[in-house]
Design a protein around this ligand. Structure first.
Ligand SMILES: N[C@@H](CCC(=O)N[C@@H](CS)C(=O)NCC(=O)O)C(=O)O
Length: 208
């Protein structure tokens, strides 16, 4: 039985989990946690996620936070969507690689760039130098449509969303291959549906 609730605020990082929910047939009930009213710091939300952040997914009685974890869990929970390579295969290893690369490498690099922080010793920073992040991304996306075996997975969804945000905020320069990749992902029917529903939710919150 499916008993899923996604705690979500439109136009935030949780839009990635919201899109993933669409990719697997929208099984989760959406509960809005409005960051503008401080609902994310309410006792009810802090009990779900002591970080006071969205997204969070309630699956039965278990809370899952962290966008990449939520997306990976939904991919496994709904295998018929075909968004994760089989566990134990080399492709699954590559899938984990890119799922983790987005939050543990691209995100901190993006925040460094936006805040102007300079790492004195990039070798001791897990996310290395911006140049190495960019050249790794270029290599991963060169001459292919998706990260793994030329088929779309939840790793594309997570990494592509992160890359889109990074380009939108100017933390990563727009490059033709990056833009083509992000646009390819945005053209998926589930991505379009999620984006439309997210905009409607945002409008509803703004006029409430
Ligand atoms: N590591 C978390 C980050 C989530 C996050 O930072 N969410 C932001 C919205 S973009 C948030 O809830 N911020 C509210 C706050 O921290 O006060 C993830 O990947 O899900």
């Amino acid at each position: 039985m499916t008993d899923l609730t996604l705690y979500h605020c439109p136009h935030t990082r949780s839009a990635t989990a919201f899109w993933m929910n669409e990719e697997v047939g929208a099984p989760a009930r959406i509960e809005v946690v409005n960051l503008k009213t401080g609902a994310h710091k309410s006792p009810a939300h802090l009990a779900r996620n002591p970080m006071g952040k969205v997204p969070a997914l309630l699956d039965g009685e278990t809370i899952i936070t962290e966008t990449a974890a939520i997306c990976a869990h939904l991919a496994d929970r709904f295998p018929s969507a075909g968004l994760a390579p089989a566990p134990g295969t080399p492709a699954r290893g590559a899938y984990y690689r890119w799922l983790f690369f987005a939050p543990s490498v691209i995100e901190p690099m993006m925040l460094d760039r936006l805040s102007g922080a300079e790492r004195q010793n990039p070798g001791s920073a897990g996310h290395g130098s911006p140049d190495s992040v960019l050249s790794t991304l270029r290599g991963a996306l060169a001459d292919r449509d998706y990260l793994i075996d030329d088929s779309f997975t939840a790793a594309d969804l997570v990494l592509g969303s992160t890359l889109r945000f990074a380009m939108m905020f100017g933390a990563i320069e727009k490059e033709p291959a990056f833009e083509a990749y992000v646009n390819r992902l945005a053209a998926r029917p589930a991505a379009e549906a999620a984006s439309k529903k997210d905009a409607e939710l945002a409008e509803r919150l703004a006029s409430a």
